[in-house]
Design a binder for this molecule. Structure first.
Ligand SMILES: *[C@@H]1O[C@H](CO)[C@@H](O)[C@H](O)[C@H]1NC(C)=O
Ligand SMILES: *[C@@H]1O[C@H](CO)[C@@H](O)[C@H](O)[C@H]1NC(C)=O
Ligand SMILES: *[C@@H]1O[C@H](CO)[C@@H](O)[C@H](O)[C@H]1NC(C)=O
Ligand SMILES: *[C@@H]1O[C@H](CO)[C@@H](O)[C@H](O)[C@H]1NC(C)=O
Ligand SMILES: *[C@@H]1O[C@H](CO)[C@@H](O)[C@H](O)[C@H]1NC(C)=O
Ligand SMILES: [Fe+2]
Length: 439
């Protein structure tokens, strides 16, 4: 056999050398899953370097492999770097999934298939308690939290991952090879649970093209701003970066603002808020922070909080909008630290009570969690924060959150520096949601 095989290989090389070249460009890689926002569906995204067809073969866990198939589409992403590298981005939407059921899948085409992977379809309705891992600022180099997140995700500890901006450092670098490397790195998480994202400043190159092309979030804004429902929550992701990169269009601030207003209006309709009482926002740059860097949240007024008055027309900020629609919780990153705030509006603390500040708080609660680990290491804090700052840590780490039901939300901070120790806990309890809660 060995001889024959050797002979065959030799023959192959000699007669048809082209066939012996590994078809790496046809091989699917960088596989990740995201939720479409439409119940019973999920979208699988991956990359090839040659144009191929886009198929997902899948089936219920424990059943016959690959009984179901779905075809999607492939778009060419030409990187903005000087090599103008060509990446083929494949997207396949799976529909009619059974809620809460685990599926086994692989993706690719008859030119090459991925490893066998699995995910669980999002449960239906609002009567369950989704679990999240959330963080921002995770890099290709020094990704401190990655190992623990890989294990916990594969163990099934999370229904969803939220990555609140700043990927890879930076996805466009080395002609987007850093983006490729990062997407390969996170496949160990993102191919198993929906990986939901927001854009950060590190994605700004070529008008956020790596971000817009690599992710597949709900809606039609190329993943820039969107919302979706899970369990008892309505989750809104948006771009703080529209306030900072005006060269890509001042109009984006206004487009996003009016979309946010419309989305919040809809989510606040009594019939909707009754079913999904929690409104949670996620976006990269915080309105508040007490870091000692040059960002606009400590020493300057935050554009995201109050808007910009140096633009024509003046651009509205978001703190009042979110307050006026009774947003419960605002998740941020960008600062490479963790900070929990007392309920706050306009710099004023609105504790529920002195003893139980998070029981029926009278303003939104902010969490800043951008310490997942990247080449820029930690950020520092100013020594004496203002009175809205409740807890701070410079440890690397990430946040776990579970929305238990319509009244109780649990959040904890994991420290990677302390081997996974939980260093902070918050129970947010709201017997009432919406602006009525502020009274
Ligand atoms: C893959 O793409 C490269 C670059 O465009 C091309 O040279 C090569 O022939 C392609 N390979 C296959 C198998 O299509
Ligand atoms: C940047 O991208 C956004 C989203 O696709 C688009 O609306 C905007 O017009 C682009 N800006 C420029 C300057 O091309
Ligand atoms: C413009 O906004 C800045 C904060 O960003 C503020 O300090 C300043 O007073 C504002 N100017 C006017 C004329 O409102
Ligand atoms: C809010 O509650 C915390 C915890 O009890 C307390 O330390 C802080 O002083 C309170 N702030 C205000 C303004 O009441
Ligand atoms: C929500 O969960 C908490 C914690 O388990 C429980 O104490 C509370 O009674 C529940 N509330 C509702 C409305 O089910
Ligand atoms: Fe950032």
């Amino acid at each position: 056999m060995g001889c024959l095989w050797m002979f065959w290989v030799f023959f192959c090389f000699a007669a048809a050398p082209v066939l012996s070249v590994p078809p790496v460009g046809l091989q699917p890689e960088q596989v990740h899953v995201s939720y479409t926002g439409v119940p019973q569906s999920m979208i699988i995204t991956w990359t090839t370097f040659n144009k191929t067809e886009s198929w997902v073969e899948y089936g219920v866990w424990g059943g016959k492999l690959f009984q179901l198939t779905a075809q999607g589409s492939c778009t060419l992403f030409k990187d903005g770097g000087d090599e103008g590298r060509k990446l083929y981005m494949h997207r396949v939407t799976l529909t009619h999934l059974k809620p809460g059921t685990a599926y086994v899948y692989h993706c690719g085409s008859n030119d090459g298939w991925s490893d066998i992977l699995f995910f669980t379809a999002i449960k239906e309705g609002s009567e369950w308690s989704p679990k999240f891992a959330l963080f921002g600022d995770l890099g290709n180099d020094n990704p401190q939290s990655l190992a623990r997140l890989q294990k916990e995700t594969q163990l099934g500890m999370y229904d969803v991952i939220l990555h609140i901006g700043d990927f890879a450092y930076d996805m466009d670098e080395d002609n987007a090879r850093i983006g490729d490397e990062f997407m390969r790195q996170i496949q160990s998480i993102a191919a198993y649970v929906p990986y939901m994202t927001s854009p950060g400043n590190h994605e700004n190159a070529y008008n956020f093209s790596n971000y817009r092309n690599r992710f597949s979030m709900p809606g039609d804004t190329e993943s820039l701003w969107y919302s979706w429902n899970i369990g008892p929550a309505h989750i809104i992701s948006f771009s703080t970066e529209v306030y900072f990169y005006l060269e890509y269009g001042l109009d984006l601030i206004f487009k996003q603002y009016s979309w946010l207003e419309k989305d919040l209006e809809e989510a606040n309709k009594p019939e909707n808020r009754r079913v999904r009482p929690w409104i949670i926002t996620m976006a990269h740059r915080p309105m508040y922070c007490s870091n000692d860097d040059k960002d606009d949240c400590t020493k300057f007024e935050s554009y995201v909080r109050v808007g910009r008055n140096d633009t024509m027309p003046v651009a509205p900020g978001l703190e009042k909008l979110f307050y006026d629609y009774g947003v419960d919780l605002e998740l941020w990153a960008h600062e490479h630290t963790y900070e929990r705030l007392w309920p706050v509006y306009g710099f004023q603390v609105f504790n529920g009570s002195m003893e139980h500040p998070y029981v029926n708080p009278r303003a939104p609660v902010h969490i800043i969690t951008g310490s997942a680990g990247c080449r820029e290491k930690h950020d520092g804090f100013i020594p004496a924060p203002r009175d809205w700052s409740a807890f701070r840590s410079t440890d690397y780490g990430y946040t776990r959150m579970q929305i238990l039901n319509s009244t109780h939300l649990y959040l904890e901070q994991v420290s990677d520096d302390q081997n996974g120790r939980v260093i902070d806990i918050m129970w947010l309890v709201k017997e009432q949601h919406g602006t009525a809660a502020w009274k």
